[in-house]
Every structure is written in structure tokens, then in C-alpha cells.
Write a protein that binds this ligand. Sequence first.
Ligand SMILES: [Zn+2]
Length: 463
Amino acid sequence: MSMPLETASLCPYCLRRVPARRIFSGNDVQLVKECPEHGRTSTVIWRGTPSMPTWRRPKTPSRPPVCFTESKHGCPFDCGLCPDHGQHSCSALLEITQRCNLHCPVCFADSGDTGTADPDLETIESWYRSVRHACGDHIAVQLSGGEPTVRQDLPEIIAAGRRHGFSFLQLNTNGLRVAKDPNYARQLKEAGLATMFLQFDGTDDTIYRKLRGRDLLEIKLRAIDHAVAARLGVVLVPTIVPRVNTQNIGDILRFGLERSPGVRGVHFQPISYFGRFPYPPADEDRITLPEILQAIERQSGGDMRVDHFAPPGCEHSLCSFHGNFVSLPDGRLHALTDPSSSCCCKPIVAAEGARKSTAFLTRQWAAPESATEQKKKTGTEACGCEPAASDLDDFLQRVKTHTFAVSAMAFQDAWNVDLERTRNCCIHVVAPDGRLVPFCLYNLTSAEGKTLYRGHNRADVAH
Ligand SMILES: [Zn+2]
């Protein structure tokens, strides 16, 4: 299978748009680019199998129905979104505070003591209106930060989101506040929250000490218990960092599965390098999607295999993978993903994935072990003439309740950014002025810490 080698990227030093090339060496791929002023950089973007050409999927662009900006300076300098964008939004991220109650060495949002005042509820409501206007209400709204739970009015913000018509509201959190008080999760649930995306980097405190500067496992456990008791969906979100928690991937999955169906799944994020980096991060400091897939297969003892996972049907195929599994009553896993119907434009709770997989299974399901299991459970005599319908029903019921979604999303930084991918992005940050900006472009920083979008108002975006 062939794929285009030419794409475009940004110079990591001056952020000007530069031509870039994907250079193959076996199944490893480097993104190589050259700035007339700052020279050549080369960054690993793919290592191993499934190979990039076999993973990549062609896609029919799905234009944003409403655009807040025009195409003037060219991609990626017109985000808002502009009419040249190749993908509608599936998920809108609202940064409701820049404050945080944890000072992590690793932070996507570059949070901390920024001195930036929180947007008031009225401003947040104007963002909800922007999102509603641009994307409709069939969209996941992520409340993010900073750490959103530092706001005392978070329940009001959630309730306002529901009032504006959004049915899927997701909280991105480190879990500190949720762990502290069992009533808090209930309060958020009552306000209308659907899911908690919990920063969860591993099952071992040495990992938290390295990435977050302190022991956190006990707190994560309490946060999960409180959220599950409040009937919030919980998705574990590990940032995967070479030599820190790559060996913990299997344990993270087992930890999640043991707490399924309360824990709905695991969403891995290979580390990206936002913030100041005077030198390009070394290739050894990166992990690519196929390496995470291989680690999942190896560390799950083959219970989850590389071929159980599919590329997305929504964002660019090089940005993510996903697979759905159902944990059977005897503890075994059954893979549900139908690779021919991959679409991840719905929230990670896998409602849509489960629906599709269920349709797939009713056509193709054949699992005699499970049938025996069901008969044992109900004490039904196996007479051979009983239709398998009740077994199927039981299984489908199990699919409904015990589907476990495993996915990963590879965010891009100034070194590995591929503008073909950002153009097809479906996760958009709502900038303070209401524009929608692809997540990676919003968070991207140059080697000197210069941003493309964060901290710029519409008027002072100059290129
Ligand atoms: Zn440059």
C-alpha cells in the first residue's frame, strides 16, 4: 500500500509553516522538515507494526458546517475553524480555569499559578452558545483546565451545559477533589455530568512520583470509588512516558477491567512535548501508537491483540486507535471491534461503539463457551433444540453493561506536528473569544515557549 510522503509541518523554533516529508526506514517513520532559518529537524512518528501504510485510512473530508474565521493566512494560522478544515467537531474542550491543585512536571495545559482569572459563568455560557452554534448539541463537551474542580461553581457550570442542550458532559480531572468528598461526585452527577476522565498514569506510586511529583494511587482509588458510587462513568487516562510507565500498560488495563463496568475504559495518551524545550526531545523519549498497541498485546498476555484495534473513522487515522471488549462472567475477554465500521466520533464511554459492535455480533456471533456458561448459570438442560436466542440475549445484555473501551490518542507537538493531521482534527478547544482551535494547535508551543493560539486574542494573531 502506498501513501503520500509529502506533508507540511511547522518549524519548532519559529513556528513558520514548512514542507515536511515522511521518511521510512523499514516500518519506522521519521518526520523530516527544514526551516530556511533554523535548519533541519527529524522526529520519530511511527515505530513498527501495524505499519503506517497499512494503518492509514483515506477519508472523505467532513467540513465544519459553521466557520468562525476565513482562510486568509493559510493552515494552520486561520483556526476558528476556517472553511479549509477537513473535519467537523466531535468534542469541544472548555478550559474553565487555568488554576490547578497539582503541580505536575507533565502538563498539557501548562497550568499552574498563572494569575489568569477564571472566566465567569456568563463567559462560559457564551462558549456553550458558540459550540452549539458551530457544532450542534450532538457533541461531547469536555470541561477541562487547569483542574476544573478547583472552581466552587463547577456544578453550576455543568448544569448550564445541560441547559444549553449538551447531553454528554465530561470532566477532565486529576481526581483530588473527587477523592476527598464522596458527596462531591454525587453533586456533579446530579448537576448533569456524564463521565469523569481521570488522569491515571499507573498502578504504582513510583510512576506518580516521577510524573506528578507525589504519591497519588490511594487518591485515584478513592476518586474512582466515589465516582462509580455516584454512577458517573469513569475513564482512566494514562499519559505514557518511555522508561516511566510503558511497562505498566498491562497492569493499567487489568486494573480497569477489575473495576468494569464502573470503569468504562482506558484512554492512553503518548506523551507530547508542550512547553519550553531548548533541544528537540530525543526519539527515545517518545512512544508511538503501534508501540502502545504492541505493548497492550504483550502485556495483556494476548487477551487484547493488535488486530482487535482499529483506526478511527473520525479524526485522522494516524491520530488514534480504539477497540472494544466485553468482559465475560468467567473473567475472559471477548473483542468486539468490527474493524470495518470504525468510527470514534462518539465519546469514549463507547455507547456508539457498543451499538455498532452489537449489530456486528448479532450477525456474526458464535461463542459456544459463553452458551455453556449461560446454561450452567440458568440450569437449563442442554437439549440441543433450544434456540440460542436467550444466550444471545444474555450476551448482548453483557455487551450493554460490560463493554470496556480501550483507546489511545497521539497528540502532536511542535516537533512531530503534521498539518495533514491537524486539518482533520475533531477535538477542538474553545478559545476565550469563542473560536474553535484543534487541540494540538491550541496547546502547541515553540522551543522558546511561543504559542500559536493560546494567550492570543483574535486581533493579535499575526503571522
Ligand atoms: Zn524556523
